[in-house]
Design a protein around this ligand. Structure first.
Ligand code: SF4
Length: 475
């Protein structure tokens, strides 16, 4: 599975609570100002982003307000990513910057949360003297105790990985700020052991969240004006929840139950795994108009020998059979994206060309594309050699990116003249005269704002495009 990666994203959070809003939808528009201030910065993937919403809720219960100004903070949290080396380097650089703040304000507390905290554990306290607490992804309930320890001058660590924890009873504080789309984490951890991946070591074993708590959260979001939910998991296809009556709820059932909440609630999910994605999920997608026709299906490589070294548990042929199933059952225009790694251990030029030919065969809407970055203590680091020279990795990555850009543009050009149903989620980044939203296939559409509002559905006729965006007019 892709680790839900979108490359390093730094998001300062400015969150306040408003108890008048339904308890399940904590928004960010009241500020008590009496209490201590928390500055929290999130790196990495949507799962980490969703965790930051849970951490903010736990801290709010402790009377913390949040600020987006680190200089005004009493406590600073970095919710970190460990997926590639440079993800951790960015955190270390940031800690240097916060060290200066701490010299000015000795009472300032600094906490490192997330995957880097879990990977390095107490060692991080030795390596980074600025850090007061190290907290892994399953230990956020312990934050109040750890902070109390730190307030008394004790450095504290909790990196216990749980087999049960899903934070199902904690109401995330919504941070997207658009009031239209929200993440709902449906499971945690991953039982796959892809040889290049740190996630099984930083997020532990898979556990699925109680379906009814997920449905309750989705219903409350809809009742509070949200019009899109994204169901999050490292591998949503292995969602499996045992009901108190002893029945097993699998992902297709959960997906259908969320879709049935209301036809105006769009449903997305990420991330799927080629070896586990079954046709019943695809049939449920085809049955409900409000389940978006978009799937993120990481391939990582197009070569069977590389897939074997990656321990991905499927072959190129199996992967392509899944792509055909998506297009046969959900529709030829279903949006498909992927993850690709260039320059994995021992990768030959012909194995690289297998990835290129896979891209030409599938033609993805878009892709997350990276050079292989060896992660300590992963099976690949222990058993294989990171022996593809950096310049070769870079050349192969460039080739993959340029081919993907061509495909994205070709695909978008085919949309010119068509009409798409678009959920508006805000103004265009480039002009306040234009609104922005996404198609069911997850492509961004920009159009003149008229009197349209966020959260509204409009039908847009496409008249132009770039590789990343469609341009049109509401019809
Ligand atoms: S081990 Fe594999 S499936 Fe699990 S998060 Fe990592 S890449 Fe995805």
């Amino acid at each position: 599975m892709k680790q839900l990666i979108s490359d390093i994203e730094i998001i300062p959070h400015n969150v306040h609570t408003n108890d008048s809003v339904d308890k399940h939808v904590l928004s960010k528009n009241t500020y008590t100002g009496k209490s201590r201030k928390l500055f929290i910065e999130t790196y990495g993937c949507q799962m980490n982003f969703s965790d930051t919403e849970i951490v903010t809720s736990i801290m709010r219960e402790q009377g913390f307000d949040t600020t987006d100004n680190p200089d005004a903070a009493d406590v600073i949290f970095l919710n970190t990513c460990s997926i590639r080396e440079n993800a951790e380097l960015k955190v270390r650089n940031k800690l240097q910057y916060f060290n200066a703040l701490k010299n000015k304000k000795p009472s300032l507390l600094i906490g490192v949360l997330g995957c880097m905290a879990e990977r390095l554990k107490a060692k991080l306290l030795e390596e980074e003297k600025t850090v007061d607490l190290v907290v892994g992804p399953d230990a956020y309930r312990d934050l109040p105790n750890l902070l109390a320890e730190a307030d008394e001058g004790h450095k504290s660590v909790n990196v216990f990985l749980s087999r049960e924890e899903t934070y199902a009873d904690i109401n995330p504080v919504r941070l997207t700020g658009d009031g239209v789309s929200a993440f709902i984490s449906i499971m945690r951890g991953c039982d796959n052991m892809c040889s290049f991946c740190v996630v099984p070591f930083t997020r532990g074993r898979e556990r699925s969240r109680d379906m009814y708590s997920i449905l309750t959260e989705a219903k409350h979001l809809f009742e509070n004006g949200y019009r899109e939910v994204t169901l999050l998991g490292q591998n949503v296809d292995s969602y499996k929840w045992a009901t108190p009556e002893g029945n097993t709820i699998k992902f297709a059932t959960l997906l259908e139950e969320v879709a049935r909440i209301h036809p105006d609630l769009r449903v997305r999910f990420t991330t799927s795994h080629p070896k586990d994605m079954t046709d019943d999920v695809l049939h449920v997608m085809a049955k409900y108009e409000n389940i978006c026709k978009y799937i993120h299906l990481p391939a990582q490589s197009g070569s069977n020998s590389v897939l074997e070294r990656m321990n991905r548990s499927y072959t190129r042929e199996w992967y392509l059979q899944r792509i055909h199933a998506i297009r046969d059952i959900v529709g030829q225009d279903c949006g498909i994206s992927t993850d690709l790694i260039a320059g994995f251990c021992n990768e030959t030029e012909s194995e690289h060309q297998d990835t290129i030919s896979l891209m030409n065969e599938v033609k993805y809407h878009f892709a997350y594309m990276f050079e292989y970055s060896e992660r300590p203590n992963t099976p690949a680091a222990k058993k294989l050699h990171d022996n593809v020279p950096p310049e070769v990795k870079n050349k192969r990555l460039k080739e993959i990116i340029s081919l993907q850009n061509q495909h994205s543009l070709q695909i978008n050009k085919k949309e010119i003249g068509k009409i798409h149903k678009v959920l508006i989620d805000g103004y265009s980044k480039k002009s306040s005269e234009q609104m922005r939203g996404r198609t069911s296939q997850n492509t961004t559409v920009v159009f003149p704002k008229g009197n349209y509002q966020k959260g509204q559905y409009v039908f847009v006729k496409i008249h132009d495009c770039t590789q990343g965006t469609l341009f049109g007019t509401v019809v």
